[in-house]
Design a protein around this ligand. Structure first.
Ligand code: FE
Length: 290
């Protein structure tokens, strides 16, 4: 057995998303944050939305608050307009990313800016450490052309939203997101049929892969596990991840972050460390202090 096998990443557990409805009735698939996987420190929620039916998304997410964590929206298809009560506004288009630090709180809406056609993307919730829960809200928003595209191997393309990837010529490419609290990795990885890629994950982080097109084996050694479309694999056992796409190719999110290991008390859109802080969030929201 080689060293590479000793520290190779494996799929420790597979989770399939469940149909859910949120906002004003938007149909989506909840992958993290449901009964099968309530959370995965520092990740609190992962929703996949993907539909060609306007009636599944038209109602959107009208005004709602957030406090104590970050929401990360990655659009693949469709257009979504974002507005908050601090005067911030933005339009998410295919390939764009919004990494929103809600911090002490804001009230915003996320509404489709189309009445037909495909809407597809992801929202991930990333927790903030106690010391950062009440920071001023902050947006890191990037158009598609600001997300580096790396070709680390034949038939492999990686969009680097957060973290670092090494290209085939050895250049290290960093994504635009800055968040030292959790040092996240957030990659959109596309593999052609049969293509393979090895990537060293940041040490000591919680990591998952979420397959959203095709399928691949992850780990690919004795304990190889196939991930099919719409399956999440919790990764662990080592830092070196090998991905080999199946006959249909594969497209997956590869995400990791430093666990916070703090108490989590969550109630809907508020995620704090104590019950009292949640009660305070309700009071502050009702009294217009967001
Ligand atoms: Fe929101």
């Amino acid at each position: 057995m080689t060293n590479a096998q000793f520290d190779s990443t494996r799929v420790l557990r597979k989770v399939r998303g469940r149909a859910a409805s949120d906002g004003a009735g938007v149909k989506l698939t909840r992958v993290i944050g449901g009964p099968d996987l309530p959370d995965m420190d520092p990740f609190l929620l992962l929703d996949e939305f993907g539909t060609d039916r306007a009636e599944d998304y038209l109602a959107g997410f009208p005004d709602h608050p957030h406090r104590g964590f970050e929401t990360v929206t990655y659009m693949l298809d469709g257009r979504m307009r974002h507005r908050d009560n601090h005067g911030n506004e933005g339009l998410l288009v295919p390939g764009s990313v919004q990494w929103m630090t809600a911090g002490r709180g804001l009230v915003h809406s996320e509404m489709p800016e189309q009445e037909e056609g495909r809407m597809r993307g992801f929202q991930l919730w990333v927790n903030l450490p106690a010391r950062d829960k009440m920071v001023e809200p902050r947006y890191q928003e990037f158009a598609p052309d600001r997300i580096p595209l790396v070709r680390p191997a034949d038939g492999v393309e990686v969009r680097v939203i957060a973290g670092e990837v090494t290209s085939a010529d050895g250049t290290r490419v960093r994504g635009p997101i800055d968040q030292p609290a959790t040092s996240p990795l957030y990659l959109d990885v596309s593999l052609a049929p049969g293509a393979a890629w090895e990537h060293r994950l940041p040490e000591g982080q919680s990591a998952f892969a979420y397959m959203f097109e095709g399928g691949a084996c992850l780990g690919c050694g004795d304990e190889a596990r196939q991930l099919a479309s719409h399956e999440l694999g919790i990764l662990g056992g080592g830092d070196l991840l090998r991905v080999e796409a199946g006959e249909a190719g594969a497209r997956l999110l590869l995400v990791s972050g430093r666990p916070l290991r703090e108490a989590v008390v969550r109630h809907g859109p508020f995620v704090m460390n104590t019950k009292q802080e949640i009660m305070q969030a309700f009071v502050d929201f009702q009294e217009g202090r967001f």
